[in-house]
Write a protein that binds this ligand. Structure first.
Ligand SMILES: C[S@@+](CC[C@H](N)C(=O)[O-])C[C@H]1O[C@@H](n2cnc3c(N)ncnc32)[C@H](O)[C@@H]1O
Length: 382
């Protein structure tokens, strides 16, 4: 399945940092890293004084965060809560029990998702605003994705995954992640929407953090419905791009200027003739063996056109053996729960994977999102 570039296609969306990450401008990577690590360190120091039972109960009750976010969204709080208002009035608007809503709002206020003043009036804070179904960042899809029975079932099977070395997701629902998604179209579309929210953020970040001046055509492998690529192309009007993903995902791509879309299997073939091959949060879905197979296909496409000096850009969460980045530790564990051997990898591990297929790690770029871009080129190329 191929959607060619077309002149009549929709204009590329202009994505703003305030809509995607809630800040007017992206911070430099060093500042973002300092904040991420500083916050984790501060939280560790503060928690160190808590008695163990408090830490245990807090950890176990973390499940209430998911439950409360889901409940807030399902009853429509993000859409209704547009200004400061009485909880009773909000309950009336939503058609829910005021006393119970007050308890949910209290929890949300304790977590900093809404504000609650001393008169008991509730007001929106950025988290609840970002969860509106029509918010341009699209982060609501993450609530819908993470609250799916299949996801909750997989994350509750981490222990059996450790014991049998298997795939917790497949144990929970009977099929590996992408096979199961193929059979559940609604959930697959929700997953794609969640990926698109992250894709917009990665598009903004990569547009600014890498040099695109010598590039013309970008292939986004496993690029979902094209949100990342569209954001990147909008920021660099000289670029064209092609998004490759599974055929059912490509069926959801909106035709956009300067962007084409190809449905297929990246383990068999990726489009030739591109000077940048993006793999954003793709290799972490796969075991070492599968990641090497996928990278070999990319290296093959790059070898067909050495004169272009093409690069592969692998963007993944930062691995952190000392767990200084809590978020990275969480995504790694999520990959463990959802895939058969997928994981976050270090720069050395990407260098090793690359060298096995004739690619050398040329550069490592820390991104303001906290992720890292590993730039690989054909061994011998400039
Ligand atoms: C974790 S998502 C990452 C999406 C996107 N790159 C991002 O960062 O938001 C992995 C993507 O790989 C795609 N994918 C899985 N298996 C694939 C295959 N065999 N060929 C092409 N794409 C595949 C999935 O459909 C999904 O869009």
């Amino acid at each position: 399945m191929t959607q060619p570039e077309s002149e009549e296609a929709a204009r590329l969306p202009v994505v703003q940092p305030k809509d995607v990450v809630g800040v007017p401008v992206l911070p430099p990577a060093w500042l973002a890293s300092l904040v991420i690590r500083g916050r984790a360190r501060m939280a560790r120091v503060l928690r160190a004084g808590d008695p163990p039972p408090v830490r245990i109960l807090e950890g176990l009750q973390g499940v209430l965060d998911t439950a409360a976010l889901v409940a807030l969204c399902r009853i429509g709080v993000p859409e209704r809560l547009s200004g400061r208002m009485e909880v009773d009035e909000l309950a009336g608007d939503l058609g829910v029990d005021p006393a119970r809503l007050r308890r949910l709002i209290r929890y949300a206020a304790a977590r900093g998702w809404v504000g609650l003043d001393r008169h008991g009036k509730v007001r929106p804070r950025p988290v609840i605003t970002f969860l509106r179904a029509d918010h341009p960042g699209g982060w609501r899809a993450w609530v819908e994705f993470m609250s799916g029975e299949e996801i909750l079932g997989a994350v509750s099977r981490l222990d059996t995954g450790m014991q049998d070395g298997g795939d917790p997701f497949a144990t929970a629902v009977g099929a590996p992640f992408f096979d199961w998604m193929e059979q559940h179209a609604d959930r697959h579309a929700t997953f794609d929407a969640a990926m698109a929210a992250g894709g917009r953020m990665h598009g903004l970040v990569l547009a600014r953090s890498l040099d695109w001046s010598k590039n013309q055509k970008v292939c986004d492998i496993g690029g979902g419905t094209g949100a990342l690529l569209a954001t990147l192309l909008a920021a660099h009007p000289h670029l064209h791009g092609v998004v490759l993903d599974l055929p059912e995902v490509i069926g959801r791509v909106v035709a956009t200027e300067r962007m084409s879309a190809v449905g297929g299997d990246a383990f068999s073939q990726v489009p030739a003739g591109c000077d940048t091959y993006l793999l954003v949060n793709v290799l972490h879905d796969w075991s070492d063996e599968d990641a090497a197979r996928l990278l070999a296909v990319v290296a093959e496409a790059m070898s067909a056109d050495d004169a272009r000096g093409s690069r592969a850009v692998i963007v993944e969460g930062r691995t952190d053996h000392r767990a200084r980045d809590e978020f990275a530790a969480r995504t790694d564990l999520l990959m463990f729960a959802l895939t058969a051997g997928g994981r976050e990898r270090s720069g050395e591990e990407f260098a090793e994977l690359g060298s096995a297929v004739g690619l050398r790690l040329q550069d490592t770029v820390h991104l303001p999102s906290g992720s890292v871009a590993h730039v690989l080129r054909r061994a011998g190329a400039a």
